[in-house]
Design a protein around this ligand. Structure first.
Ligand SMILES: [Fe+2]
Length: 364
């Protein structure tokens, strides 16, 4: 019998690389010209919390604290996932100019695969100043990931028949296989085994979260950007409704399904009103209070302008999840909400137990 459980988490690239490298994202942004050198240098204009995090050791102690809370969050969600025993783990994630490039950028794309092979251990030189990964694995190390083609095909059919003009895909073009959002989710939920012990078949479901910033921001990280504004992401309302429709399909399926919204919240790198230096913590705190109270039924009502102003572009992945959980009447349990000014984005860890047995849930 179908049963569905929700999960929200981050796919921040930090846990792939040594923790000492985490503060280097900011200085890398300065070198790339994404943050003005004078804004980075003007510590007296930084928010007090940011100065405290940076401290006297250029963020090293704060990085270790951030690191331990993130890994604890993933461990706890993995316990919940194992207790639920899903047949399918569907991941809503963003593709940052990885599989979808200038020749075609789908708003939504369902990956219909039996199995894919990713190469996610290439180090962090795109965003951190290191080529190393935390395990010192070769960048060419292949990670096979089982997928659930029957579920993905059935979901694609159902969404298209009900008016959602999604794209679908049966092949990957990115040399690293799946996009970072999917690879990192698998690895972080199986951190000790580096993703090789994840086991559950996934459905990668792409949402073009970056929208107007895709070419300017995502493409520029891989050296293919231009200083131009692209057409927007799908709207929060559409993501929310697509999430609802996804939940309806799986509620009538034979499978136990984990639906995962994979994203950090406001990104400093996308918060233009802060010079891309630090995220919109005020907006994230408001969202956190809503999530804590299970008041996410209006998350489809945010305007695209609000999402972009607050740097919450990637939160569209959580909004799809919020739509699904609203459809099913499932409440949220927040495991942790980790704020930061220095490490680009706040990260939230939450799960949404099936409605009929939510009462049995207690902290393990
Ligand atoms: Fe992402």
């Amino acid at each position: 019998m179908a049963e569905i459980m929700g999960f929200g988490l981050s796919h921040y690239p930090g846990p792939l690389v040594p923790v000492e490298a985490w503060p280097s994202m900011l200085t890398r942004w300065v070198e790339l010209g994404r943050v003005k050198a004078e804004d980075f240098a003007a510590r007296d204009r930084w928010p007090e919390g940011m100065r405290q995090e940076w401290g006297n050791d250029e963020g090293q102690a704060a990085a270790r604290e951030h690191h331990s809370r993130l890994l604890a969050g993933y461990r706890r969600l993995r316990q919940e996932l194992d207790a639920f025993r899903p047949d399918i783990v569907l991941i809503w994630g963003d593709d940052q100019y990885e599989n979808y490039k200038s020749d075609c950028i789908p708003a939504f794309c369902v990956g219909i695969y039996d199995k894919v092979v990713s190469k996610p251990f290439g180090g962090g030189k795109a965003v951190f100043k290191t080529d190393r990964n935390v395990w010192d694995l070769s960048p060419d190390t292949e990670l096979p990931i089982n997928c659930h083609a029957a579920g993905a095909r059935g979901l694609s059919k159902s969404l298209l028949e009900s008016g959602f003009d999604i794209a679908w895909s049966t092949a990957l073009r990115h040399p690293n296989g799946l996009a970072h959002s999917f690879n990192n989710t698998v690895i972080y939920l199986d951190y000790e085994k580096r993703g090789f012990g994840f086991g559950y078949p996934i459905i990668p479901f792409h949402i073009n979260c970056y929208g107007s910033q895709l070419i300017k921001t995502s493409a520029s990280v891989v050296g293919e950007g231009k200083d131009e504004i692209s057409p927007p992401s799908p709207s929060p309302a559409r993501c929310f409704e697509m999430g609802r429709a996804t939940a309806r399909y799986f509620a009538n399926s034979p499978w136990r399904v984990a639906l995962v919204g994979s994203a950090s919240w406001s990104h400093g790198s996308l918060t233009q009103k802060h010079g891309r230096l630090y995220p919109d913590i005020v907006a994230d705190r408001a969202r956190y209070e809503q999530l804590r109270a299970s008041k996410f039924a209006n998350w489809g009502n945010y305007s695209q302008a609000e999402m972009e102003d607050t740097g919450q572009h990637e939160v569209l992945n959580w909004i799809a999840l919020a739509g699904a959980m609203t459809e099913l009447g499932q409440r949220s349990e927040v495991v942790d909400y980790v704020e930061t000014y220095v490490f680009n984005s706040a990260k939230c860890f939450a799960f949404f137990p099936p409605a009929d047995n939510g009462a049995r849930r207690a902290a393990p």
